[in-house]
Design a protein around this ligand. Sequence first.
Ligand SMILES: Cc1ncc(COP(=O)(O)O)c(C=O)c1O
Length: 367
Amino acid sequence: MRHSVRDLATAGVRALQPYQPGKPLSELEREYGIRDAIKLASNENPLGPSPLGIEAARRALADLALYPDSHGFELKNALSAALGVRADQLVLGNGSNEVLQLVTRAFLSPGDEAVVAQHAFAIFTTEAVSAGGTVVSVPARDWGADLPAMRDAVGERTRLVFVANPNNPTGTWHRAAHLHAFLGSLPAHVVVVLDEAYCEYVSEPDYPDGLAWLAEFPNLLVSRTFSKIYGLAGLRLGYGVASADMADLLNRLREPFTVNSLALVAGEAALADHEHVRRSRDFNLQGLAALGAACQQLGLDYIPSVGNFIAVDVGRLAGPVYEALLRRGIIVRPLAPYGMPRHLRITIGTPAQMERLLSALPQALAG
Ligand SMILES: Cc1ncc(COP(=O)(O)O)c(C=O)c1O
């Protein structure tokens, strides 16, 4: 009997849903014959990469014949100094996505459970399912993760709990006291992944720095990225911070050269580019306020966000509005795959990009 190659894959891989990334600009321009399209679909930094990061990457081009430093010694030292953690608490990744994958592979065996919130970042589920785990999705409350309900969903078989603070695609976030109480309530056999991909954008006084809790919770891993405020999504660089024991486990599992030499030096330079970070944060705060106000004017509900994006309820199935925006050369992200069929997620762009979006949106909503 002939087997389909699909039958030969592990159960976890067969159960996977493909990730749907934001449509690349080149694809839209090819498909629709459009020029000058804009992308507000992947929560990238509209100001671009840190200029210092670009310069560092340019200088490193001449050495591309050499393998990168597999341990990322200098970047780890820079992160250690900037974050106030020891270098042996760090694990670097090809994007923070790789860190999420490593922690899942390290702690989730087939049949184990991972607890996630409804509307949580999709990759949590992808990683857990591909490791053969069972995902327990806990209904959200006001679009955000319901931490007490997630605690109640933790059982004997739970090995991982994922929380994004703030979460993508909802932009919702947890106050320090709530999150701390949640971490303290979890049994010792559970590893918590606290995804802080957007933390640098948040300026709420009550927003916690997960790194401050690492000494108290040895089962905590905090993941962060250079893809968002640092503007280096194309280079793929992220990191995890945890107890030295957990970081050691993940570093053993990690393949040697997943972080390339341009990412290592650009990341180090971008980390020190405080001016670029400050500008990006200020721009974003203005953009969030402007988009929120525009939604109100258009009579559209939206989920208040502390990230660099807003999930907007377009008042009906969002697919046709998404398509209408595409035809006008604007890519946003439809959230049906997140169980939010009426929402579009819009990344905060430059003022010019936002103006273009806001002038196209009323027509797109009209059909
Ligand atoms: C919440 C969250 N975590 C992690 C990531 C992964 O980002 P990267 O792999 O580029 O670091 C993203 C990307 O959009 C995200 O939104």
